[in-house]
Design a protein around this ligand. Structure first.
Ligand SMILES: Nc1ncnc2c1ncn2[C@@H]1O[C@H](COP(=O)(O)OP(=O)(O)OP(=O)(O)O)[C@@H](O)[C@H]1O
Ligand code: NI
Length: 350
């Protein structure tokens, strides 16, 4: 059993303009100590997916279907109160792009971290202070004994981000969800924070879900990557495997067009055209309207997920990997012909 098991998650927003199918049948797992990256263009549904896990979807949005199991426990059955008391900031911490959304400007950094510690662990207030200093030290705040008594605005942007990470760690979470935590920071500060995520994972063995536009970031902090497109998870694989052997035409175009690790998916505009609306997405495979390899059957039904590659760790939702579907050979990725889709033994697993 994985620590986190998300199965066929659907989260919709019921708006005046129609039903936004922001997340529509997404499945993924995160093992203990593992770090999963979720990548995809703006509007793919990355934030909605991770907020759904935390029970943070608000009106007019709702998780309408699917299962989210954390350590075997079904989170979609829990009330808001149970989620707040037993899951959020306790078993699971979330880190956002904007540190000041997590830090309260009128309290010292230390008092905020101490409060989380006292609430979520059995440490006394005195022990909490010692622990808070330790945490600030762990996240790379210099002179933590002094800086613990400063207010958030006395910290630089990068330091605020570090303080927020310390706060996320304060409750000894088993899973940290980070939603583009470094996007607002400049590149050198960003690099420091990424190193910090690596250190934290090693020291605390926390599992992580890391949302980003940036494939370079994924390479640095993630063991596995899930690629999202218009509310669907189209491919999921260990980072190296995905990078060497991308199977989904969308992933292939993303990787083909990566010029430098510093460029984000939005900057490189890999495919051309824009993602269709999540209110009336294309039938069948949602990527087919921009897909260079699309054929007739792609419009008929949502493609199932196929196991590809050596072990069970590489999954792709694309009919190219269904050996029972007949089609014209796609003229895609000549270099990848060592594993001909038709012969790779893809079997539908659902
Ligand atoms: N409160 C809301 N009301 C209506 N639609 C929403 C709401 N929040 C998100 N959506 C829609 O859900 C879809 C997915 O949005 P989401 O924020 O998850 O994308 P994302 O992949 O995180 O993009 P980005 O990289 O820009 O953060 C989009 O079509 C978005 O417009
Ligand atoms: Ni987002």
């Amino acid at each position: 059993m994985s620590l986190l098991e998300v199965e066929d998650l659907r989260t919709y927003f019921f708006t005046a303009d129609g039903i936004v199918q922001a997340v529509d049948g997404v499945s993924f797992e995160v093992d203990s100590g593992e770090s999963l990256g979720i990548v995809g263009e703006s509007g793919a549904g990355k934030s909605v997916a991770v907020k759904s896990i935390m029970g943070l979807i608000r009106d007019p949005g709702r998780v309408v279907d699917g299962s989210i199991r954390f350590d075997g426990r079904e989170l979609t059955d829990l009330s808001e109160r149970e989620l707040r008391r037993e899951i959020r900031g306790n078993e699971i911490s979330i880190i956002f792009q904007d540190a000041m959304s997590a830090l309260n400007p009128v309290f010292t950094v230390g008092s905020q971290i101490e409060e989380v510690i006292v609430e979520n662990t059995d440490r006394s207030p005195k022990e909490a202070r010692t622990r808070a200093i330790e945490l600030l030290d762990d996240v790379g705040i210099p002179d933590p004994e002094q800086r613990i008594d400063e207010y958030p605005h006395q910290y630089s942007g990068g330091m605020q981000q570090r303080a927020m990470i310390a706060m996320a760690l304060a409750c000894d979470p088993r899973l940290i969800i980070a939603d583009e935590p470094t996007t607002a920071l400049d590149v050198t500060i960003q690099a420091g924070i990424l190193d910090l995520f690596d250190d934290i994972q090693e020291k605390y063995e926390t599992s992580m879900v890391y949302v980003t536009h940036d494939l370079g970031v994924v390479r640095e902090v993630c063991d596995r990557v899930g690629v999202m497109y218009l509310g669907n998870m189209v491919e999921c694989a260990p980072y190296d495997e995905l990078y060497r052997n991308p199977k989904h035409p969308y992933t292939q175009s993303l990787l083909n067009s990566v010029v430098t690790p510093d460029e984000t998916l939005d900057e490189i505009d890999p495919i051309g055209g824009t993602m269709p609306s999540a209110v009336s997405p294309p039938s069948g495979c949602r990527f087919r309207t921009r897909c260079p390899a699309a054929f007739d059957d792609c419009s008929k039904a949502t493609p199932p997920t196929y196991d590809v590659g050596e072990d069970d760790s590489h999954e792709v939702a694309c009919l190219l990997y269904d050996e029972t579907v007949s089609r014209a050979e796609p003229a895609l990725h000549e270099s990848d012909t060592d594993t001909d889709p038709a012969e790779s033994g893809g079997t539908a697993d659902d």
